[in-house]
Design a protein around this ligand. Sequence first.
Ligand SMILES: Nc1ncnc2c1ncn2[C@@H]1O[C@H](COP(=O)(O)OP(=O)(O)OP(=O)(O)O)[C@@H](O)[C@H]1O
Ligand SMILES: [Mg+2]
Length: 261
Amino acid sequence: MTRIYTFANQKGGAGKTTCVVNMGDYLTGRRRSVLVVDMDPQANATSSIGMGRHSDESDGDAGLTVYDALIDGMPFASVIRTTRRPRLHLIPSSPSLAGVEVELVGMPDRETRLRKALAPVLHHYDYVLIDTPPSLGLLTINALTATDDGVIIPVQCEYLALEGLGQLIHTINLVHDNLNPRLTVAGVVLTMYDARTRLSQEVADEVKRFFPEQVFNTIVPRNVRLSEAPSFGETIFTYSPESAGALAYSTLTEELLSREE
Ligand SMILES: Nc1ncnc2c1ncn2[C@@H]1O[C@H](COP(=O)(O)OP(=O)(O)OP(=O)(O)O)[C@@H](O)[C@H]1O
Ligand SMILES: [Mg+2]
């Protein structure tokens, strides 16, 4: 059975993409096959996995992206790209995806197009990890509608991190009630934790009060290696496998695996 998780938080820079890329890579190391779906026009997951817009590593496709699937109905099978990692596949994004928010508005199935596009390829994968943009528009709604196993919310341990979480939960409830009855909050990840600051501790405590059940025990520390890795098209496990960031993402993903049992 394929597990499908959506990573969402409309606050920018919360760590969504870093979670998707590194948890995805760790899962492949645990011999799971993983499909990363990049639903963000910024295409950060796409470039982090080493598949930039100008990459020629793609295997013979015509540079199709998730946009072609959502708007023109191209089958996902023709959009999927292999990556340098054997069990890691990618549905890439591109800046043209920004227009989807407007183009989808008039379509009757505008909230369910991702779910429908994914269905025929699901059986190839153990995991589908969906990265979303920092907004609660139709791209994120599609991602929330497509998940079977829940949303994972990364929260940056910084000032104003909690602002907007109420709005996010409201949106999750709306999608649950109207589009996806299976939708739950599968987990909350505290990211960029700085043990030297009181603020980090305060944010962590507050988030635990807000989500006592869902928050992961593993806290991702602020670690410069995590921010350097994407510019080399590397994950933390190839770029700096001994770093605190690599340890955090391996422990976090193991925690997810043990929750699933
Ligand atoms: N634990 C960490 N320590 C240090 N830097 C980090 C950490 N996690 C992420 N970063 C860096 O912080 C920035 C924001 O992280 P990321 O891109 O994962 O957030 P995001 O939620 O996907 O942002 P957006 O909303 O723009 O898509 C990136 O430059 C990333 O490399
Ligand atoms: Mg991102």
